[in-house]
Design a protein around this ligand. Structure first.
Ligand code: EPU
Length: 417
């Protein structure tokens, strides 16, 4: 099994470019199914979750070509509506494929989704919304069968602004006659990117980025060429790497609006973050990190849950005590058990972590427990004394290109063994 070995204590320097976002490419890949045309996705990250989604699309009958970061999907010959169990198991986001498959084929067949183990991750909001659109959902022999032959438009009130449920409703509504309205929709930038893609494809989606989104069904679509928004969580990860190593790093291809809450937290921690030109920021840290009295994760534009583990690593070497409350996923503090092996002083009680900053972390053998916890351990390793060995790298590969080895471009000493 391969491991990352991170040598701590080295300053970082230089500039690094952020690729297109994982959490936008997945729903957009799903959307390519709908058109029956050719979709070209630019700046597509080379990560495991994309590979898996491509595998599912190929199984459904799509023809796919990748040339570097350009991915072309031709969905003219889709012939199947089943997502195979072994592929569904590997990725929770595969659930949003059902909305797109239904939009195109009027039927879909899946099992319950897998993916990171972030506690109970139900799909009740997706199912409830489908039913409200008169899509029948039946469990049979371990599979969920969706039938959208008699689907009709309607108003969907989401009990929580779920990102995945918002995307799924947007996707399925693209071919339902009339106007479907989502109330209490998720406002994440990835939702707006999906809406942009759908609109280029010939759909009429309004209000993305606000809590009310309307989708008017269409019956003909066109070829699309779309460049993905940059990955805001990869940007946050690089910011954290600069912060813990007391470094100055330029980050290119970043949308500062998308990471407003993250920038604000870093500034509160005493890290300088300034925009140099369009789509670039410089992050500069010196001396001890200041603690955060209280950091709460919340839906966008609040502090993103996906950056919580990464920032916990930074706070573990702050000059004082910080409190972090995780409001989105109940089991997203697994990395703290590993940070403790590195000398961090963290106490977790349910959704709350109390982090007493220590002077130094020390290198240790640790395990990535989910995607972002893996990244958090790399960040911790960069400032720890000695060497940190991280295993279970498949988690990191789901959402970071080249197992985060690209941090070597800015001087990080990381090897894969
Ligand atoms: N939820 C329900 N019922 C549902 C759907 C969600 O109770 O039917 C709950 C979830 O259990 C969770 C909360 O609502 O507690 C938020 O879930 P949401 O549906 O918003 O998240 P998601 O669509 O499953 C996406 C990202 C996650 C990111 C969250 C929140 C993708 C592929 N995944 O997940 O990304 O954390 O939104 O922003 O877009 C990651 O990148 O590391 C990651 C986990």
């Amino acid at each position: 099994m391969s491991k990352l070995v991170v040598e701590g204590g080295n300053r970082l320097e230089g500039s690094i470019r952020i690729p297109g976002a994982k959490n936008t490419v997945l729903p957009i890949l799903a959307a390519t199914i709908i058109s029956g045309k050719e979709s070209v996705i630019e700046d597509c990250p080379e990560i495991k979750d994309v590979e898996l989604t491509v595998e599912i699309l190929k199984n459904l009958g799509c023809k796919i070509k990748r040339e570097g970061r350009t991915l072309t999907v031709d969905s003219s010959d889709i012939s199947d509506y089943t997502i195979k169990e072994e592929l569904m198991d590997k990725m929770r986001s595969s659930i949003i494929l059902t909305g797109a498959i239904l939009a195109r084929m009027k039927k879909a067949k899946t099992t319950y989704p897998g993916g990171c183990e972030l506690g109970l991750r139900p799909i009740d909001l997706h199912i409830k919304a489908f039913k409200e659109l008169n899509i029948s959902v039946v469990e049979e022999g371990g599979y969920i069968m969706f039938d959208g032959e008699n689907a009709h438009s309607g108003d969907i009130h989401l009990a929580f602004p779920s990102v995945g449920a918002t995307e799924n409703i947007m996707l399925v509504a693209t071919t339902i006659k009339g106007t479907t309205k989502i109330i209490n929709a998720a406002k994440e930038p990835e939702i707006s990117d999906l809406a942009d893609f759908l609109n280029k494809m010939g759909c009429r989606v309004l209000g993305a980025g606000t809590s009310v989104i309307t989708i008017e069904g269409a019956d003909s679509f066109s070829n699309v060429n779309h460049t993905l928004i940059p990955d805001r969580i990869v940007a946050a990860t690089v910011m954290a790497a600069a912060a813990v190593t007391g470094s100055t790093v330029e980050i290119n291809n970043v949308n500062t609006e998308h990471i407003g809450a993250v920038i604000s937290a870093f500034r509160e921690m005493g890290v300088l973050v300034f925009k140099t030109m369009d789509n670039s920021v410089v992050v500069s840290a010196a001396g001890r990190i200041k603690p955060l009295n209280l950091l709460r994760t919340s839906p966008y534009p609040g502090f993103p849950t996906d950056a919580q583990s990464i920032i916990t690593s930074v706070l573990s070497v702050a000059d004082g005590t910080s409190i972090v409350i995780e409001n989105i996923f109940e089991q997203r503090f697994k990395h703290t058990e590993e940070l403790i092996k590195m000398g961090a002083d963290v106490t977790v009680d349910g959704r709350c972590a109390v982090i007493k900053g220590v002077d130094r972390l020390k290198g240790a053998k640790v395990s990535a427990r989910d995607l972002r916890s893996g990244a958090a351990l790399v960040v911790a390793g960069l400032c720890a004394d000695g060497f940190t060995e991280i295993d279970n790298l498949y988690h990191i590969d789901r959402g970071y290109e080249n197992t985060l080895l690209d941090l070597r471009e800015i001087g990080a000493k990381i090897t894969k063994v």
